[in-house]
Design a binder for this molecule. Structure first.
Ligand SMILES: Cc1cc2nc3c(=O)[nH]c(=O)nc-3n(C[C@H](O)[C@H](O)[C@H](O)COP(=O)(O)OP(=O)(O)OC[C@H]3O[C@@H](n4cnc5c(N)ncnc54)[C@H](O)[C@@H]3O)c2cc1C
Length: 312
């Protein structure tokens, strides 16, 4: 199908279209069965908590992500930070797993680093008091250095309830993992969701996969409770067999997948006794996240089009 041939880059271009965003926003989340709900738990924290409860009832863990990124002013970053603090309070009262994910550009990384660090510290302070773990998602390669530096800054101040993400598509990642392992920072390993230039990133799936296996091995051997985040059965198999061969027990690492993707595999892995976490995104700013999910699997576009036609 022609859609399969669309590169990730096409989706990131479309993600910047305001018209498309307006259209998607109108139809994407309005009912229970609307198309964006396949990947996004809802626009409110209450809906995310409801989804998280259902996931936890199946024996899986969660991390909740209040969607948002690329804010352009310190006022917007302050609003996003406040929303995170409010969400932490609501999640705590709800009694579900205390684990959140966030993006630094949501907290003002594009505005200036000091603002971003201040905002992150506010989230980490409140989170630490209630025993929350905070995962700093990794964004496009323009932010890799900055993200790791911010992580190191808060780590050196003394925060320990924080970890980050490394992408196997980036050629630099082995060095970054060594740097984070040396500190004891928890790393989530992913393939990488952004369209990246060939100077910095592998372009072939086979190379991204080979790097993923290499990095997974380093993390399992020398990392601190790493998260292996993928829906790819070959990567999961490589992880399980390496762990078995090295006699690394299942409680030393966890698998993670995104909400709504490969639910069959999620349940299967959890039944097999693997600690397993589902990333549950929610919030009004769901459009860029949604477009990345389409870009990973253009066949999803067919599903979206069918849903829109059904709704109309
Ligand atoms: C918990 C979690 C957190 C993440 N955090 C980040 C982050 O911080 N930064 C970042 O850059 N990326 C992040 N990602 C996304 C990641 O980088 C990949 O883009 C994404 O996971 C797809 O790669 P894959 O490993 O599943 O393998 P792929 O080879 O892309 O896919 C393997 C199989 O998984 C299924 N699949 C994958 N994606 C989809 C989809 N969208 N819809 C339907 N089926 C699909 C298909 O069956 C496919 O054949 C995260 C992923 C997870 C699971």
């Amino acid at each position: 199908m022609i859609l399969e041939a669309l590169p990730k880059a096409a989706f990131s271009l479309l993600a910047s279209s305001n018209t498309l965003k307006r259209l998607a926003s109108r139809y994407g989340m309005r009912r229970r069965g609307s198309f964006a709900r396949r990947f996004i738990a809802g626009e409110s924290v209450a809906e995310a908590i409801e989804a998280a409860r259902q996931i936890e009832q199946q024996g899986l863990m969660v991390t909740l992500d209040l969607l948002g990124e690329s804010v352009a002013s310190s006022d917007e970053a302050a609003v996003a930070t406040r929303e995170y603090l409010d969400s932490v309070a609501v999640i705590e009262r709800a009694g579900i797993g205390r684990n959140i994910s966030l993006k630094l550009t949501q907290l003002g990384l594009d505005v200036d680093r000091a603002t971003c660090i201040d905002n992150l510290r506010r989230v980490l302070d409140t989170s630490a008091k209630s025993g929350f773990f905070v995962r700093v998602d990794m964004e496009g390669s323009a932010y890799t250095d900055l993200t790791i530096e911010v992580l190191e800054t808060v780590w050196n101040i003394g925060y320990r309830n924080v970890g980050t993400v490394i992408q196997s598509c980036l050629k630099r990642s082995a060095g970054d993992i060594d740097r984070l392992n040396a500190l004891g920072v928890r790393v989530r390993l992913v393939k990488g969701a952004y369209s990246e230039p060939r100077e910095v990133a592998y372009q072939q799936k086979a190379d991204v996969d080979a790097a993923f296996v290499e990095l997974m091995r380093v993390l399992l051997r020398a990392g601190t409770y790493p998260a292996i985040a993928t829906h790819d059965p070959a990567m999961i198999e490589a992880t399980s067999s390496f762990a078995m061969q090295q006699q690394i027990s299942k409680d030393k690492y966890e698998f993670q997948m995104l909400y709504g993707i490969r639910r069959d595999l999620q349940a299967e892995l959890s039944r097999a006794g693997h600690p397993f976490r589902v990333y549950v995104p929610f919030g009004k700013e769901w459009f860029p996240y949604f477009m990345r999910r389409l870009g990973e699997r253009p066949a999803n576009v067919g599903f979206v089009v069918r849903s829109i036609l059904r709704e109309k």
